[in-house]
Design a protein around this ligand. Structure first.
Ligand code: SF4
Length: 447
């Protein structure tokens, strides 16, 4: 048992989170007094970064572990990197500060620098009226082992009721955008799995999205088609006709044993077929998601999956690290996987990053989540000129994101104060349908 005395209420949460990156919550007592405890110095003695470094060194010495992200506990390390560039005047000085003040490893500092380099080649619409738009479809064919999202098994009737409510919210927001002079720089239809809708429902959704929110100023329109077994020629032709230029087909792994294990109904060949259909339909950019650290997988499995995915020629590949989250079936099976699988994931990621770099992909956005195996990260890789604007901007929190549908959390950005205010829809889709007028009113009040 690790016993910590944290004499700083203001930073208690962050310090506790840092300690939990070394040992599980069961092994930690953050309110202990007396006995064999580590006392984190209070605010009079040290600033927050110094407190975190002191705690890091204590935990590292006691556990024999090093964390590649050092003392960083937040989900957006690139935001910090950007801030350090502004404060120090150069990316080189920002790298030095990351290593000295936050104990970030050479490897992760270089990753951040590469992401920063890639993002400096992408142009964004800095007009405050330009927003990112998210539309959520909370249905999937089955629930994945690791899923903690708002996802429900597809049912035709329930989807009809949901779409009717969503269309009402789309109409209201489209009206509001016109009144306020706002427009969508990027549109992202995600979930869940939007392509789990029936073909006519899917067409209705993509047509309605296009009619309500696409304009000359819209640079990107993405539709997630995560499960290859939910993709049909009809759906692909509907989305291309509606103006969608980017889709996501998410294999997660190309190993049949893993697909079975995580609760997917498709085979690796279905992924290959879905790619061929998407290319034939004229989709310009395809993203493929892959997860490092899936139960039972070895670094060789992951390397094999990545090779097979790269052979399919996606313009974007997003390498996720498995997160063992509350609300997932996985946490009931093995709540300590995020600690025990750390070394394997580390090896998987460094192999993958090396191969992606050698094949001409660059990292263009990244974020971290709680309970990620080995405290690693998710990183989006792209061929030059194919970076997703929506993904970059949602992570940097420098633009309003308006989210429609159950579980959608809008983030209204106030540039003068560099502040974000959250406006959330309810996450249960049946309650969302019942309370749609209230969801609309929340946005009207916020905008
Ligand atoms: S596809 Fe995504 S949203 Fe659907 S069950 Fe799997 S993890 Fe959850």
């Amino acid at each position: 048992m690790f016993r910590l005395t944290i004499r700083d209420d203001k930073n208690r949460y962050e310090l506790t989170e840092l300690a939990k990156m070394f040992v599980s919550a069961d092994e930690l007592d953050c309110f202990a007094e007396g006995g064999n405890v580590f006392v984190v110095p209070g605010p009079d003695e040290m600033d927050r970064n110094a407190q975190k470094r002191a705690l890091y060194r204590y935990m590292s010495e006691k556990t024999g572990r090093e964390l590649k992200w050092g003392t960083l506990t937040g989900v957006r390390p690139l935001k910090l990197f950007n801030k350090l560039v502004r404060l120090t005047g150069s990316p080189e000085a920002a790298e030095t500060a990351l290593k000295a003040d936050y104990l970030v490893s050479e490897e992760k500092t270089a990753l951040l620098r590469n992401v920063w380099n890639t993002q400096s080649t992408v142009s964004f619409d800095r007009d405050p009226k330009a927003v990112g738009l998210y539309i959520g479809i909370p249905f999937c064919p089955t629930r994945c082992l690791y899923c903690s999202f708002t996802s429900n098994k597809y049912s035709g009737d329930k989807a009809e009721a949901y779409l009717a409510a969503l269309e009402k919210e789309m109409d209201a927001l489209s009206r509001l955008f016109r009144e306020k002079g706002m427009y969508a720089e990027s549109v992202y239809v995600g979930g869940g799995t939007p392509s789990s809708l029936e073909e006519d429902q899917f067409r209705r959704l993509t047509d309605k999205t296009a009619a309500s929110f696409l304009s000359q100023k819209t640079a990107e329109f993405t539709v997630e088609c995560g499960r290859p077994d939910s993709i049909t020629k009809g759906k692909l032709s509907a989305l291309v006709k509606a103006g969608c230029g980017r889709i996501s087909i998410n294999p997660q792994s190309m190993q049949q044993k893993t697909l079975d294990r995580i609760g997917r109904l498709h085979r690796p060949e279905d992924i290959t077929n879905a790619f061929a259909m998407a290319k034939a339909a004229g989709v310009r950019i395809i993203n493929a998601d892959l997860i490092a650290g899936l139960p039972g997988e070895t670094p060789d499995d992951m390397a094999d999956s990545l090779r097979k995915i790269m052979d399919l020629g996606p313009q974007n590949i997003t390498v996720h690290t498995l997160a063992v989250k509350r609300g997932s079936r996985l946490i009931e099976e093995n709540k300590d996987l995020s600690y025990s699988g750390g070394d394997t994931v580390c090896e998987m990621l460094s192999q993958a990053y090396g191969k992606l770099g050698a094949a001409g992909y660059s990292p263009y956005y990244m974020y971290r989540q709680k309970h990620m195996t080995g405290n690693m990260e998710n990183t989006g890789w792209s061929l030059p000129g194919c970076e997703s604007i929506y993904n970059i901007r949602i992570m940097e929190e420098d633009q309003s994101i308006i989210a429609l549908g159950a579980g959608g959390v809008s983030k209204i950005y106030y540039p003068d104060e560099d502040r974000v205010e959250r406006v959330a829809n309810v996450s249960n889709y049946e309650i969302y349908v019942d309370r749609i007028d209230e969801m609309i009113k929340r946005k009207e009040d916020a905008l």
